[in-house]
Design a protein around this ligand. Structure first.
Ligand code: SAH
Ligand code: SF4
Length: 330
């Protein structure tokens, strides 16, 4: 589905027609223009010829049935991955990709390993949501939450991510509330500033993964450009503007970032009632080893004793390589 072509065709029509067409696609979830009965027959036929509603995708479901991964093939043949996570409380979260690959090369991340291919267009981002909205409709369910935690760094493709968020948020389209949308970043400071200004109700997550610049710089090359001091400054400005909690993500790597000393360092830098820490089990990409569950528990206890609100992420879909950092589009 190419939104720019749709918009171009609709320029010749009264303004409300574009709204009707978008509503048919993103709200009524039509899969064929003949179903868009609010539009004239001529217009439907034109759209049928020029704006395809088909999405080329394959699906893989995890054994427990709670995770579904879609591999979507783009018009130029490149592939991206999108993940649906079904929570027990009927929340359905879609984890969306923002780029094909990623230029930032974090050592623990499979997406980083494949390097950067290109940015996704707003249509290609929205299409991922559309794919699962159609899938859930068949089960009489809806997408409730969106996280930009798939392939890529959303703040390095902000204009397109922003346009996609507007459609995801629009009551005439997906109508998913801003508070149900989260953007995760490796710490691109200008992006954090833009989010606070342009979408003060959207949640911010920061990939932290280390308690100091020395280790973070080793794991995440981007830390050299955006060291912790700059990131925390931007995060605190985001909190000041939005009064929202910020989630820090921390992949626990055996003997790399899981020591008692490092837990203490984390306690020092995460002293703020609006900071939350989310510990993530490492999904191996060959470079590190995951910490044992006991070690993670001990690490978590130390943080909690130090007053840091800490959660542990459920490991969705590792058997189908749909877990965090495993998305490769291969
Ligand atoms: N580029 C953005 C958003 C996508 S990554 C960012 O880095 O925040 C989504 C999350 O998965 C990030 O927190 C990332 O650090 C984490 N992740 C990457 N590789 C992982 C791995 N091998 N195991 C577990 N989580 C991983
Ligand atoms: Fe890119 Fe995020 Fe993976 Fe780092 S963790 S390589 S920023 S996708």
């Amino acid at each position: 589905m190419n939104l720019s072509i749709l918009e171009k065709i609709m320029k010749k029509e009264p303004a409300f027609r574009l709204k009707q067409a978008k509503k048919a696609v993103f709200f009524d979830l039509i899969e064929d223009w003949s179903e868009a009965t609010t539009l004239s027959k001529d217009l439907r036929e034109k759209l049928q010829k020029e704006v395809s509603l088909a999405i080329k995708g394959e699906m893989f479901a995890s054994k427990d049935g709670r995770t579904v991964k879609a591999r979507i093939i783009l018009d130029d043949g490149l592939a991206i991955e999108t993940v649906l996570m079904k929570h027990s409380d009927r929340r359905n979260t879609v984890c969306v990709s923002s780029q094909v690959g990623c230029p930032l090369g974090c050592l623990f991340c499979v997406t980083g390993e494949i390097g950067f291919k290109r940015n996704l267009t707003a249509s290609e981002i929205v299409e991922q949501v559309l794919f699962f909205a159609r899938y859930l409709k068949k089960e009489n369910e809806k997408i409730t939450n969106i996280v930009f935690m798939g392939m890529g760094e959303p703040f390095l493709n902000w204009e397109n991510v922003k346009e996609a968020i507007q459609i995801i948020n629009d009551d005439n389209c997906f109508g998913i509330g801003a508070r149900k949308i989260s953007v995760s970043t490796s710490g691109i400071v200008e992006g954090i500033e833009k989010l606070a200004k342009e979408f003060p109700q959207i949640n911010l997550a920061i990939s932290l993964h280390a308690p100091n610049d020395r280790l973070r710089g080793e794991l995440m090359p981007v830390n050299k450009k955006y060291p912790l001091e700059k990131i925390f400054q931007a995060v605190d400005e985001y909190i000041e503007k939005t009064n929202r909690k910020v989630m820090f993500e921390y992949v626990v790597l055996k003997n790399v970032n899981d020591s008692e000393k490092q837990a203490k360092e984390l306690v020092k830098i995460l002293k703020n009632p609006l900071y939350m820490l989310n510990l993530i089990a490492y999904n191996p990409n060959g470079r590190f080893e995951p910490s044992s569950p006991e070690k993670i528990k001990k690490f978590k206890n130390m943080l909690e004793k130090g007053g840091v609100f800490t959660t542990q992420r459920y490991r969705f879909g590792s058997d189908i390589e749909a877990a965090c950092g495993q998305l490769a589009g291969k």
